[in-house]
Design a protein around this ligand. Sequence first.
Ligand SMILES: [Zn+2]
Length: 76
Amino acid sequence: MKCVICSRKIYENKFCHLHFKAYTSILEKFRVWQKATSINWEDYLCQIQKNSLTGEWAKEVAKYLIEEEEKKCLEK
Ligand SMILES: [Zn+2]
């Protein structure tokens, strides 16, 4: 199995260690943001993608998660 984003070896949960690290920091920041702004998950992911301060790894993860959300919508 390979990372869904970069095709490196899987570390955990579909991601390589670099993308998994970015993924966990996205989740952590989301909890903080949600308390402060009650932002929803999709808007939050969009913000990450737009934010120039976000690292490339996190942007790639956000892009992937947005695509996954869209797929879920299509399946409904
Ligand atoms: Zn990766």
